[in-house]
Design a protein around this ligand. Sequence first.
Ligand code: ARG
Length: 605
Amino acid sequence: MQDQIKQLLTKILVDMNVSDVIPQVSLSSSSDHGEFSSNVAMLLAKKIDKSPMEIAEEIKQKLITHKPADNLLEKIVVVKPGFVNIYVNRAFLVSQLKYLLEGQEKIDGKGKSYKYIVEYSSPNIAKPFTVGHLRSTIIGDAIANLLEATGNKVYRDNHLGDWGTQFGKQIYAIKTWGNEAEMDASENPVKDLVALYVRFHDEAEKNPSLEDEGRAWFKKLEDGDPEARRLWKKCIDWSWKEFNRIYSELNVEFTENEGRGFGEAYFEDKMQSVIEELKAKKLLHVGEQGAQIVEFPSDFKLPPLMILKKDGATLYSTRDLATDKFRLEHYGKAIIIINEVGGEQSLYFRQLYKLEEMLGWFYPEQRMHKKHGLYRFQEGKMSTRKGNVIWLEDVLDEAKKRAYNLQFDNISYPNDEIKEKVQNTIQLGKGEKTEIEDRAKAVAIGAIKWNDLKRNSEQDILFDWDDILNMHGNSGPYMQYVYVRCLSILEKAKSNTLDVEGQDVQERISDFEGYTFKSEEFELLRQLCFFETILKQAAKELAPHMLCTYLFELAQVFNHFYQKVPVLHAENETQKKFRLLLVSVTAKVIKKGLHILGMETPEKM
Ligand code: ARG
């Protein structure tokens, strides 16, 4: 709808001989102001010698004469200081329900579609999968889903930290204090690896020569020493044991490099050509401390970026450059790359992107750093070195336990003692699969994901269990619950509108021509019809929170509708049918929306 209106306005501008104004059309927040609103008259007033109100009137008249064939517009109202408010034809809105029900909101076929690499998660081998990586995984996955749902080609990549000097220390620590057999058998060998790493740093404080040992082992690793390679590979396998578990819990996948993503190590032999290119383009200089650096033109106010250490060792940045050069060659020049990485790397990414522009690889629009804020726990920030780590798996387990109990919170127990007994016996037992457990998992993961996605990702999050699992507020369980409620209404009505085929829907929809709406029905219809516009906006801005805001509003509008308007006991058949149709489409839209956010929609709760 939004695109159709934009096109109409563009045509009108052409008629008026204006070519350098792009009409903006936004959703109206209240139905009192119609469905869409445009500020085009105000923009035009800056160019031609007429008042915004006059121009708005002129545009209104032109819209009326241009009236598109499918009867899109109901009325147009000009309001001060020059807004053109557009009311969409009711019958047109009703006809949109068909597409929503079929799950094919008209995502503009002829619109532009792009190729994206969405790089997210990117945890480090032999280090914990932090809650920062959790955020990256959740947000990156949702963004990839959004882009896919709006017709783009998406490659899902995982830039694992599987290379770097820390592996020298790690190998030394395993050889000196580690027990490989125990780690092979362990459920969570990363815990051991982290403990070894912490130990290395403790001992190195007393005995600095350990740092040299670490460096020597990294050198061996780089030179292909079989023992160093073997232990490094082991670290990777041990870490993947944990990553696999987490990704399957979160239901997140990657498409590149057989589902593992191209980690830093993949680019080990691809860095030399980057260094040569940097040299050939005269971008590499020797810095004060003897390292090889790139300097940026002063107007960018960026500090130099180190590419090679004094001893010639490569860095994170060297591997990122090699990664992007590879992407350029592998996926073609017309690619947009999104790095979903914490905001603390913001300066680094600005340097990287600028350098890639200087190299002539990408235009600035092709490189995007989608940053996320920190997760804050009451305990304060976490650090790997000191070992005071909050384990992601513990967070997930706790979430499941709480979601599991949530399902029993509504039961009234004779007394607290019995309540405690029952709740203790239903604590989540590992390995045992039951329906309730599966549901608890879907609710728990959904709660964590929604809690993350509902806000602008750049904000920090204070982690609060009560907030996350609250059934009444803006939370994942609440959204899932509204979906379940829709299903139970449909079930009671024995209405299978959810699965009807297009033909049938078309017939049903024509039943409602000339239907007189109650305001609650209209508000719901209107909100449902905004889904397509919101999806496109959220995809364009890489902003899953826009979809969350929309879905939460939909849930509120739906609840209001359901409180005020009888569905199963409607006055007549037509009303009942129409209301059930609205309930069906609400369920469809919530389900599709939540799936795009990476959440499951259990059928019972
Ligand atoms: N492994 C890094 C970390 O944990 C994140 C990698 C981000 N991606 C990139 N292309 N540099 O901080």
